[in-house]
Ligand binder design. Sequence first.
Ligand SMILES: [Zn+2]
Length: 403
Amino acid sequence: MINAYLSVLFLFFLFYSNLFGQEHPLVEIKDGDGLDVLFKRYLISKSPSNTQLFRELNKNKLDAGGGLILSKKYLLPIFIYDYDGKSIRSTLNIQDYDYALLIQHYNESLSKTGAKPSDFREDNKLWVPVYEFEKERVLTLVGKGKDTSQKAIKPKFRTRTFPILGKENEIVKERTHRLGGITFHLVTGHGGPDPGAIGQKDGNSLHEDEYAYDIILRLGKKLIQHGADVHFIVQDPNDGIRDEQILNNSYDEFYLGGSAIPPDQRQRLQKRANIVNNLFHKKQFGNQKHHVVVIHVDSRPTGKKQIDIFFYYAQGSEKGKKICDSLLETIEAKYHKAQPGRGYEGSVSTRNLYMLNNTIPPVTFIELGNIKNFRDQQRILLPTNRQAIANWLCDGYIKVFAK
Ligand SMILES: [Zn+2]
């Protein structure tokens, strides 16, 4: 028994994964192991998310057919947290007692089978599977039911302050919990040195980034009201939600965390994707879901067909497509109701865009129209219209994400 234990220990390594700067267990495999067997050993499901992350983490260690190689060690789609010696909830900074209990049972099951070399209370290493969000399935895997001796803490409606939204809007009260447990990363197209597309109206230059930013702030406020956690990745120190038609142009936007927005497009996109991915990893626990929203107001192709709004998702992302479809459906229904007979044309498609391909959470990339186009300007210039777009997008997200 001791020998078996030692050999498991010997087979076992902990490592820092350089890929995301996040720690994952690094393990050896046994002869004949396939991904199914390996995942089963660590009590994680062979879901597309787990499989994809596994492949990303172990890019250069798979054979031509994508299979495992016996001599290699593999990083698992599990995060390692430093257990704080007090509780799982304080370690993960979560309130959810039931979920904490699942993580406890999960870790205990792993150390019982030897898959994890020792108890988390001994080695202070808590393993949290990246994608095992569905509590019921973890329960089945671990083979333990809910402990009903203690009640889960019921979240209260929070009132939070977001100075980024401007003086008149900064205090935001939650009205529902429909988007509870969901983190939205809101990304305004362009910003800083790059204004994006520029339209002209009565001698004024209309900068794309200012209008996209205003809509993003309005959307963010709505999402917060429904219990979501929101990160505004692009920030302007002095422009909150603005009710003017012509928005002042500025170049002083920066990134969440305070870093400058680089003039170089490639660097600019890399940086914002990295910020999102780092936040994702930092907050990735429990039933937290993440979603990225990118908003632009430009580059509408000037083809014959009138299209008001484009939704793009990442190639092969079923989740992304589902979200885009639902948003389109919601927006179209709202528009028909608000302006019967006018019609509203949208499209959902995939595109090869940096933000779609390089952020870990699913993305909806939204093009709201062409700021150079007179008809589109009407829609974007009226603050009530910008609010309507934000409201409808929020309703669309509620439809997709609400439990
Ligand atoms: Zn743009």
